[in-house]
Design a protein around this ligand. Structure first.
Ligand code: ADP
Ligand code: MG
Length: 319
């Protein structure tokens, strides 16, 4: 099957449809109509085989994951997802692989009514590059640089599940039930798109956790020129993580493991409890610390006082 047949038979039919797309897949470029009065937010994520997922990973999961990581970036900006373009690099035109990949991609994009409006298909080592465009009223985009001393630090969902799953991919079958939950958290992360939009006008700063909590909080603090006190005994850990791992390993994954795709954000000290409560309609939201004046200092504490972090502090491609 050549690339044109592949696009026509397997990609275009599942691309979705939106009223604001004047011209989708098929021409030299896509033509779209931005929402009146809103600014556009552009994000891109690349998944490379053997770097971001193991060889032989199910194509449906790869498709889902590539959409979820991008949706998570839009969520962290408080944006509404709109359109996607896809760079598909394949070792060979494997029809079943592409069909399953597209099904996974659509499973993640369809709930947000994102339309795939174009892309590029080439031969080479397996690599997926997805670009999403979203929109947000310009003054309400969530940024990394607005945290202020006294702000309260929050995180969505559970931390460390995906990192624990990666570490346990080689576990012998049958895996305990909790391991399947962890694996799903790695393969099909849930982008916190609704929460991100709900944080518009409320959060003073926001970042999504892709490289590990400590590393990503570090970015937020650097941009905001603040420090933070982090309560390690308040970090939200899933029942499966607590059941399957010893306490130190679970904490290390929660602090430094990547791929959580949760949102970490700050709220002003005077935020009413009812406002925080309303955020919990979208997903779990846990208070994990406080922003301080100590520029760049991330102090970990538990109920007894300061503690030192176990393990490294964030994934880097070029250490
Ligand atoms: P061109 O040669 O003008 O760049 P292509 O032949 O690469 O065009 O692509 C034809 C059409 O198919 C274009 O509209 C392009 O956006 C779309 N397309 C190509 N690859 C993909 C893909 N992987 N996903 C979605 N659309 C694609
Ligand atoms: Mg062209």
């Amino acid at each position: 099957m050549d690339e044109f047949t592949l696009i026509e038979r397997l990609i275009a039919p599942v691309a979705g449809s939106r009223a604001d797309v004047c011209l989708g897949i098929g021409d030299d470029g896509a033509v779209v109509r931005p929402p009146p009065g809103e600014a556009l937010v552009l994000v891109l994520d690349t998944l490379v085989e053997a770097v971001h997922f193991p060889r032989g990973f199910p194509p449906g999961d790869i498709g889902y994951r590539s959409a979820a990581t991008n949706l998570s970036d839009l969520a962290a900006m408080g944006a509404t997802p709109l359109w996607a373009t896809l760079g598909l690099t394949l070792p060979q035109p494997d029809v079943e692989w592409v069909r399953a990949f597209m099904a996974g991609l659509q499973a993640a994009l369809a709930p947000h009514e994102v339309q795939l409006v174009g892309g590029d298909t080439t031969r080479g080592p397996l690599c997926l590059s997805l670009q999403l465009t979203g929109s947000v009223p310009e003054s309400l985009a969530l940024r990394r640089n607005g945290a202020r001393p006294g702000d309260r630090l929050f995180v969505s969902g559970f931390l460390g599940d995906a990192a624990a799953a990666l570490a346990s991919l080689s576990m012998p079958e049958p895996m305990p039930p909790g391991a399947h939950y962890l694996r799903e958290r790695f393969a099909r992360p849930t982008a916190r798109v609704g929460l991100g939009q709900a944080l518009r006008g409320l959060a003073t700063s926001c970042i999504d956790i892709s490289d590990g909590l400590l590393g990503d909080i570090g970015h937020l603090l650097a941009y905001s020129a603040c420090g933070a006190d982090l309560r390690v005994d308040h970090l939200p850990l899933s029942p499966a993580l607590v059941e399957l791992l010893d306490a130190d390993t679970a904490l290390a994954h929660a602090l430094s493991g990547g791929d959580d795709y949760e949102l970490c954000f700050t709220l002003p000290p005077a935020t009413p409890p009812a406002v925080v409560g309303a955020l919990r309609q979208h997903c779990a939201v846990t208070e994990i610390g406080l922003i301080t004046t100590e520029r760049g200092q991330l102090q970990l504490r538990d109920a007894n006082g300061p503690v030192t972090p176990p393990g490294p502090t964030g994934y880097r491609h070029f250490p």
